[in-house]
Ligand binder design. Structure first.
Ligand code: SF4
Ligand code: SF4
Length: 385
């Protein structure tokens, strides 16, 4: 029965997320978040500004703003009005890209989402420091995160999207969308304050993977009902790094966003999924049952940046070695390699997704989610293990 649940619950949850997200995106009347590719915008020396505007759907005010000249004549061309063609074209493309970004955002939903994120993460943070989480509560919180920040409030913004879209937009158009940079700074601030807090509990797709993984755990949340595997961090992080470098290089050299086709956050706007995206999502979901957060550890650009920033996090998992009896219960229960590294204070510590399992499972209550600095264990402590 438990084995059946470990498969059926993830399948049921995934189907439910897709169906509810379809309804939700229709209710919000979501627009496709896409900036017109530069090569499909037609601007020539002969075209009047009026023609440039109507042919490409560029509002005239955007052209005025781009060229910074309020008394433009819409019936004359760029060169006749004294502009260097290449410079003017570039400026129009950049301003149009920012305009489109702005137009496709839901400016009611985004601030609301940040307010709810703040409230929700504060509640979970409190539970973490008070050690008030339990396997059941953990699943409920992940489910709330998926429902509120994914299904109801959609895929945008997301921590992953802020990094991906910023790089893709700059790579293709050479522009920065300021609200996105503000969102990225807020996300990184949460990572800085409490170890990967936004990834751990706020990210809609991270929470969904976590929930699927937890469905396949025993009642104490310490091991898989169907066997679960820990990918060595050297392997997962190398793949993530190579993927990140390839993504940046391809964005800058060929202006292609390679993540767009397989973006798993599109599960929260399923009508925009491509065939490749559907196949990739199915593989990710199957993997999520037996491997902890495969997208986060193997591919996510924010996951990589967050991993670097979490080295400076104020609140994090900490071991009190005076109380620790080296039973390794925490290491076994941790869904990834991270507790093993924290316990021994290895040089490289993988991403910790602040799930709190280790704090619950320790028989000596030697692990806390706290502000103090991590200490090093004595050399003899884990010698035999
Ligand atoms: S690492 Fe995971 S949780 Fe963090 S932004 Fe990426 S998908 Fe979300
Ligand atoms: S060390 Fe492992 S078990 Fe502990 S909070 Fe981090 S991810 Fe969870």
């Amino acid at each position: 029965m438990k084995t059946k649940n470990a498969i059926i619950l993830p399948l049921f949850t995934t189907a439910l997320v897709v169906i509810l997200s379809l309804l939700s995106t229709n209710l919000w009347m979501e627009k496709k978040e896409e900036v017109t590719a530069s090569h499909s915008i037609k601007i020539s020396t002969e075209m009047t500004l009026q023609e440039i505007s109507t042919t490409n759907g560029i509002p005239f005010k955007v052209i005025v703003q781009a060229l910074n000249k309020p008394d433009l004549d819409p019936l004359k061309s760029l060169t006749v009005q004294g502009f260097s063609f290449l410079y003017a074209r570039e400026e129009i493309l950049k301003n149009f890209a920012v305009y489109q970004e702005n137009e496709t955002k839901n400016w009611f939903k985004i601030p609301l989402k940040f307010i709810l994120w703040f409230i929700f993460m504060s509640i979970v943070f409190y539970q973490l420091i008070k050690q008030g989480l339990s396997p059941k509560k953990r699943k409920i919180y992940y489910a709330i995160s998926v429902l509120v920040f994914g299904v109801i409030l959609g895929s945008d913004p997301s921590p992953m999207g802020t990094v991906k879209d910023a790089i893709a937009l700059y790579g293709e158009k050479g522009v920065i969308f300021p609200p996105r940079m503000i969102a990225l700074c807020i996300f990184l601030l949460t990572v800085f304050l409490a170890n990967k807090m936004i990834c751990a509990w706020g990210c809609q797709f991270g929470s969904l993977q976590d929930l699927l993984f937890r469905f396949n755990r025993n009642s104490k949340d310490t091991m898989g009902v169907i066997k679960q595997y820990k990918i060595p961090f050297i392997v997962s992080n190398s793949i993530r790094l190579i993927f990140f470098v390839a993504f940046i290089a391809i964005s800058f050299i060929w202006s292609i966003d390679i993540i767009a086709e397989i973006d798993p956050f599109k599960i929260f706007r399923p009508q925009f999924l491509t065939a490749a995206g559907i196949v990739f999502l199915i593989l990710l979901f199957l993997a999520s049952i037996v491997v902890y957060r495969p997208w986060c550890y193997l591919f996510c650009p924010f996951g990589l940046i967050g991993w670097i920033v979490e080295k400076m996090s104020r609140y994090k998992i900490k071991v009190n070695y005076e109380k620790c009896i080296a039973c390794l219960a925490c290491e076994k229960a941790c869904p990834s390699d991270v507790m093993s590294a924290i316990l021994r204070q290895d040089r490289v510590i993988p991403d910790c997704f602040s799930c709190g399992v280790c704090t619950e499972i320790c028989p000596e209550k030697a692990i806390s989610f706290s502000k103090e600095k991590r200490e090093k264990p004595s050399v003899a402590k884990f010698n035999k293990q």
